[in-house]
Design a protein around this ligand. Structure first.
Ligand code: G6P
Length: 607
């Protein structure tokens, strides 16, 4: 999704802006641009493709200035070309970068065109530039102009604006799209997330919806949605700066896969004691809310949705109350029946996914309470939910989610315990689960030790065009997540079915050119699953099985990798690891852009 960076300083900012854009590359984008206040007025440079193309252009013709804005664009309105790339300008007077979508831009555009404003792009953003220029005929302050026009914008926005007559200021505003202010020493910044600015500061201010802020090198003035002066707290970035570097790893994704033992421990830290969950980790209000929960509605997107599917098995089995799971993009638009006592549980790595946030806002007033399982402190979902449990995975840069997923599962198991205590879960089962959670980091470590074997297995996939993933029970969503990983980063078509459904359609696809991946731990479903795998072999399909016992035998056409031992309840976490490694190695063999796969974005902040 689009990324914004802005800086106002007493030193040249071109390189700061470029570095910020590089750090936002993980969000996904298709063009990039900057605009700076120079001696010759506002000058801009835009390029399609990678930030490096922009950096090369600026290397040849640098822009000198101490105030500027920059942007990576992920096309929504208009194709990815230079004319549609941000910043957008109104004549040479002002420049704007925008993340979000202005839903009423067509009406606004017609009105502005009728008044003589000329448009040079197909974007919704350009209307903001012209609206501001028009407003500046009436008011002299850029801050007031921004505050006045945002009322006309329907939709979501995070904005950065510079205006020619005052090169010492940058004005920003947000509603529904992420934006942070980086607070420096004699310089200040804006960005779509904190990672973009860790090179220059580790202190951040979060704006509320409807806020407008003016930044100069020395100060930050914020007004709220009513135009009143507002104080916004400054907080310190919580993770080490190194969390955002690749270190010795070739890709962020691989680094993040390998971080899983450590971050699962971090997710458990301070939340379990002896053989018990410390329920206070959900916040002071949690106990009285959990007492009233009669069912759970889980809403999420992408990988986070898969975590929700697994939690459904856990909640219905261990708590004994109903649990529904749905993707946010469907739920938010249909008529939903919300039974009394519903805990509305959102799961989100970023805390900014537009559909998930919209679903929360849609039902907030009709549910018992909302809880978010999230990885980004201060994000919109965290701020707007009644309760939050942070996953503590640290920054996840690879677009394909890995450590965020396994820590979500860890946090969801803690949630299951908290709810289960009030229903079917006795102290002994709680102790067994806590003990299983404690062993998990080490077991994940052992699964990571299978890397070399998995790398070898990857060779069988690199030339294939289609694959099928199978699992049963909680391992079905794990297989779904494995298929998603493979298609996201290797661009190989990967389907997933609950193995019992094979004979209802997918068997027709099976032949020697369609490798079939199965997750087959030792559990009650193993015999059923083995029968399903026989159905595949009988049709000449090649099997790649991650198995938990010696009851799945390797033979011609069946490749078996034996997984480390683990408690049944934790199998979904452990069996995720080899599937992550498999997709990673297949993608490396195919030479794709592992950390920034084509057409995808890390944080989908527009619909
Ligand atoms: C995008 C990302 C996925 C992620 C999904 C949901 O599609 O590429 O990795 O699972 O959004 O994001 P969230 O931040 O809400 O978990």
């Amino acid at each position: 999704m689009c990324g914004i960076v802005g800086a106002v300083a007493s030193r040249p900012v071109q390189e700061i802006l470029l570095e910020g854009l590089r750090r936002l590359e993980y969000r996904g984008y298709d063009s990039a641009g900057v605009a700076l206040q120079t001696e010759k007025g506002i000058q801009r440079c835009r390029r399609t493709g990678k930030v490096q193309a922009l950096a090369d252009a600026l290397h040849d013709q640098p822009l000198q200035g101490k105030t500027g804005i920059a942007h990576t664009r992920w096309a929504t309105h208009g194709v990815p070309n230079e004319a549609n790339a941000h910043p957008h300008m109104s004549a040479d007077q002002l420049a704007v970068v925008h993340n979000g979508i202005i839903e009423n831009f067509e009406e606004l555009k017609q009105e502005l065109q009728a008044q003589g404003y000329e448009f040079s792009s197909d974007t919704d953003t350009e209307v903001i530039a012209h609206l501001l220029a028009r407003e500046l005929n009436k008011v002299s302050s850029l801050h007031t102009a921004v505050a006045n026009i945002i009322g006309q914008l329907e939709g979501a926005y995070a904005l950065g604006v510079i205006e020619k007559s005052d090169p010492s200021q940058l004005v920003t505003a947000r509603k529904g799209s992420p934006l942070v202010i980086g607070v420096g020493m004699g310089e200040n910044f804006i960005a779509s997330d904190q990672l973009a600015l860790l090179q220059v500061t580790d202190r951040f201010m979060f704006l509320e919806d409807g806020d407008v802020a003016t930044l100069t090198a020395e100060q930050i003035i914020v007004t709220d949605i009513n135009g009143a002066k507002a104080e916004r707290k400054v907080s310190q970035f919580e993770h080490g700066v190194s969390a955002a570097d690749k270190g010795e790893y070739k890709h962020f994704m691989l680094k993040e896969i390998y971080e899983q033992p450590e971050v699962i421990s971090a997710c458990l830290e301070g939340r379990i004691s002896g053989d018990k969950l410390l329920e206070q980790c959900f916040g002071a209000r949690a106990a009285s809310i959990f007492d009233q929960v009669k069912q759970v509605q889980i809403i999420a997107c992408g990988t986070s949705f898969h975590a929700g599917l697994i939690a459904k098995y856990w909640i219905e089995e261990l708590v004994g109350i109903p649990c529904m799971v749905e993707v946010a993009s469907e739920y938010r638009y249909r008529t939903v029946v919300i039974p009394q006592g519903t805990l509305f549980l959102t799961i989100s790595q970023s805390g900014e996914t537009a559909d998930t946030l919209a679903a929360l806002r849609e039902v907030q007033s009709r549910v018992l309470a909302s809880l978010v399982i999230c990885n980004v402190p201060g994000s919109s979902l965290v701020r707007e939910s009644d309760l939050a449990l942070m996953t503590n995975a640290g920054p996840e840069i690879g677009v394909a989610s890995t450590k965020a997923f396994t820590t979500q599962l860890t946090a969801l198991m803690l949630t299951t315990i908290a709810l289960g205590r009030r229903h079917n879960l006795d102290a002994q089962t709680e102790a067994t689960i806590i003990s299983a959670l404690r062993k998990l980091p080490q077991q994940v470590e052992q699964a990571l030790a299978m890397d070399a074997d998995i790398e070898q297995m990857a060779g069988a996939f690199a030339e294939k065009h289609h694959t099928l993933f199978l699992g049963r029970g909680t391992l079905y969503p794990v297989a779904k997540e494995g298929a998603l990983k493979l298609k996201e980063i290797s661009y190989i078509h990967a389907e997933c079915y609950p193995a019992g459904e094979l004979k209802h359609g997918p068997l027709a696809l099976v032949d020697k050119d369609m490798p079939v991946v199965a997750v087959a731990p030792q559990n009650d479903m193993l015999d059923k699953l083995k029968a399903n795998l026989q159905e595949v072999r009988a049709r000449g399909g090649e099997l790649f099985v991650f198995a938990g016992s010696d009851r799945v035998q390797a033979e011609e056409g069946t490749y078996v990798l034996t997984m480390p031992e683990c408690e049944e309840i934790m199998q979904p976490v452990l069996y995720t690891i080899p599937l992550q490694l498999l997709s990673y190695h297949v993608a490396v063999l195919k030479g794709t852009d592992v950390d920034q796969p084509r057409n995808l974005a890390k944080s989908v902040t527009v619909e």
